[in-house]
Write a protein that binds this ligand. Structure first.
Ligand SMILES: *Cc1c(COP(=O)(O)O)cnc(C)c1O
Length: 389
């Protein structure tokens, strides 16, 4: 029997255990502790950020980020449509209204021109959004400069959802360090993991201080428990921060392994008609967190779903590209600007097994299976043609 090949699994080594053991040995099992402080500092060093707050998830980080830039009930927030639902859910937690923006074909991320047109129109009507969330998808940065420029022009804070883009660059800097706040995720399927966790990053130390305050139940400085604000229980545990410190040490290698996976797939499959790999925009280096491609069914002979189901029969896990949020039932009433490109990427897009712990035989099995699906679809096409003769 074939063993299952999964999309993206946690990849843990020996570095992590020493920090976790330290936490046990010193009885620092609490949420906060020396590993948390060190994890924040080491994270800042690696991404070139100024201040950071480690929290329990990327979603928690986004929730805090939106609250800290002042999103309140009734406020609109512009947001990439091609993304995971966790990007937009916190807008709803705060009573805000998402407005979704389409992707471009260069990076699959937010189209800066669409954003600019939309903000120009909104400014004219005096109805600007409270914040913009740009997502850096599948390990690749969005085109940040023009997005940041137009946000600055209208004085709108930019939040960067870099949950999938740790280790990538935009003009030699890490995404997540350009906007007012950046967020990262250490969920189990991300490029490095703490099993669950997240990080807020900002150049504004007051903002990060406030994030830590809100994330620890908004406790006023007093010997008794006193609260003037509603807070959350969002801090990262000292044990998990230990895993994160170990994972940071191997981040470079993880990026290299994922980029290598991509190269092997690309070399083997690029010439098959109808297959196109996610482009790497010239403004940065993608981690290729997931290897993504699109299938043109007319040229390939089978569509994305046919391929996904056939691979699943062989215990190979693949996933469609994110279903755009403007197509999600839960956001059906939200406004969308454009949307056709994200829809096309969703219809044709497939993510291949991409973990940094994949072995070459696994990748070869995926490649051979896709080639077989292509050849069989050719065969059935030609047998239909000959039967018509
Ligand atoms: C994973 C992810 C999140 C949420 O992170 P969690 O740590 O799982 O809460 C947010 N945005 C994007 C784009 C993600 O991929």
């Amino acid at each position: 029997m074939n063993k299952p090949i999964l999309l993206s699994t946690p990849h843990i080594g020996n570095e992590e255990l020493q920090f976790v053991k330290q936490a046990f040995d010193t009885n620092w099992i609490a949420p906060i502790g020396p590993n948390v402080d060190a994890f924040e500092q080491e994270f800042c060093q690696i991404i070139g950020g100024s201040y950071a707050a480690a929290v329990s998830s990327g979603t928690a980080a986004l929730h805090l980020a939106l609250q800290l830039v002042g999103v309140a009930p009734g406020d609109e927030v512009f947001c990439s449509t091609l993304t995971f639902t966790a990007t937009a859910n916190p807008i709803i937690y705060l009573g805000g209204k998402p407005v979704f923006i389409d992707s471009d074909r260069i990076s699959w991320n937010m189209n800066p021109n669409l954003l600019q047109e939309a903000l120009q129109k909104r400014a004219y009507f005096g109805k600007l959004p409270k914040a913009v969330i740009v997502v850096h998808l599948y390990g690749q940065s969005a085109d940040i400069d023009p997005i940041l420029q137009v946000c600055n022009q209208y004085n709108i804070p930019l939040i960067e959802d870099a949950a999938e883009a740790l280790g990538s660059t935009y003009k030699q800097r890490s995404p997540g360090t350009f906007g007012k706040v950046g967020i990262f995720s250490f969920n189990g399927n991300k490029i490095i993991t703490t099993s669950g966790g997240g990080m807020l990053v900002s150049d504004d130390d007051k903002l990060i201080g406030k994030a830590k305050f809100l994330a620890t139940q908004a406790r006023d400085p007093a010997p008794h428990y006193q609260h003037s604000e509603i807070g959350y229980n969002y801090r990262l545990s000292n044990v998990l921060a230990g895993i994160g410190r170990g994972q940071l040490q191997v981040l470079k290698g993880r990026v290299a392994a994922r980029r290598r996976n991509f190269q092997i797939y690309q070399q083997a499959l690029n010439d098959i008609p109808g297959i196109q790999f996610m482009p790497e925009a010239n403004f940065g280096i993608s981690t290729r967190w997931l290897t993504c491609l699109t299938i043109d069914p007319d040229k390939f002979g089978a569509n994305r779903e046919d391929i996904r189901l056939k691979l699943a029969q062989e215990k190979i896990e693949t996933r469609p590209v994110w279903k755009p949020l403007h197509l999600q039932p839960v956001f059906a009433n939200c406004e969308v600007i454009g949307g056709e490109i994200a829809e096309d990427l969703f219809t044709k897009g497939l993510c291949l097994p991409s973990g940094s712990n994949l072995i070459d035989e696994d990748i070869a099995r995926v490649i051979n299976s896709i080639k077989m699906i292509y050849l069989n679809s050719r065969k059935s096409a030609s047998s239909i043609i000959s039967s018509l003769k």
